[in-house]
Design a protein around this ligand. Sequence first.
Ligand SMILES: O=C(O)CCC(=O)C(=O)O
Ligand SMILES: [Fe+2]
Length: 487
Amino acid sequence: ATRADDYFTSISHVAKLCSSRARLADALLNYAETESSRLERLRQFADTLRSNDGNVSGIEHPVEAYVTIRQMSREWKALLGQCDCTETYQLVAKSAGIRPPAEDDYDGAADALLRLQDVYRISAAAMARGRLEVNSKNRSGDGEQTDSGPLMLTAEDAIHLATRAFNTSLLSIGMDWARLLLMSDAFPYWTTQRKLNRALDLLQLAAQLPSSQGGSQIGAFLENMWNKTSGNLTGAAAKISSQIKAISNGEKETESYKEICREGSRTNNHSSSLTCRLAVPHPFFTLAPVKEELLNSDPRVTFLYDILTDRESDRLTEVAEPMLQRARVGGGAFTKMRISKSAFLEDEEDWSVERVSRRLGLVTGLNVSDSDPLQLGNYGIGGQYEPHLDSKGVGLAKGNSRLATALLYLNNVKQGGGTVFTRLGLRVQPVKNGALYWHNLRRNSSDIFDTLHAACPVLEGSKWVANKWIYYMGQMASWPCGLSQLE
Ligand SMILES: O=C(O)CCC(=O)C(=O)O
Ligand SMILES: [Fe+2]
């Protein structure tokens, strides 16, 4: 082989090689230096991670959950980027079997906060302070919920939330975040000019929304807003407030489910016959009758207290936890309609599952061997399940139509997360060890559309449920066909 730059055909070049040793050494030392400062950064980063480990005390608060995800994705990405450590970090994390949160986790957490604002009418000023009071009054932009107190979120968060809001057509909520940026008591570490510039960027983003979603309204508003307020923050914030008011007056609430999540009542109290009773559906319950509360008489919806013991409900969540997978709707896609993880548990999986199935058989008087396995569910940040009929469940073979639903609550939820029946105006807050029970089908197997129901977004806390769906087929003995269309 021949090469032009060989050393051995000229002594002069060998000599050059000899005298380049020191330079080579310098280059190597230089590299080692850089590498060890990179490793030092990684080490520091590891210390940060360690000192924050296991700090899950506040995680049931959605704003804390958002901040944690932001820290573990955005901020650390920036930190690691400074030392060119990102690739190493990803590799090491992967070999340790951990997936660090990514940009889509960060966006998902923002969407959760926005959903909570939308459903429970929480202003940006309140949310940024971690205040989660449900507001049943009309959403308005004059910031009457503004309260003093420390902010849990940063100016960058406000921008992220506004941007996500505009991306998901939540115009007035996005405007509210843009306005918060301009408030004098928020983010004092930003200069007036910076605040104005960023707010302007955000409003320009909003102006790009289709006019059906109010984009053109923002465009016209922007035309004359900035020269009129000429850099005055308070003036600009006030202008945005009145604009939010104009927009939100025109926004119709399309889903009545949001309203019922805020204001629905536990019983349908226009019927005076609704009562509580101690029921003995089976001799098994003679000594400990079932405490049954009738919430609605047609269709019949009952609440059964203490249908489980703490030991059983805690055990069920423990067994299900490692099996949870993101829930789907329609057998395929993930959707915002259903934000939870779930797992089907067969009776053989654990004593607790078997026991609960058997007890539900006794309580309902139905044949539980013809049913779906127990479905455990845990909701995410702002986790919800939009209105649906259980009888129209996914992939149900004809014979497996779901006659009855027993929805078991495995824990108490701090705020939000009620189950609502949108056509009945009912809202039921989870009570640990209690269950909701209703039939989805008439005796002739037709759907009872009034059983349309939903899980409201969890505002604070974690929510664990278990569903037992008992099939229509297999109940010939205990629930025979009727002659009436209505029965
Ligand atoms: O979690 C809830 O409150 C309702 C759940 C539900 O309707 C379902 O999983 O089908
Ligand atoms: Fe359901």
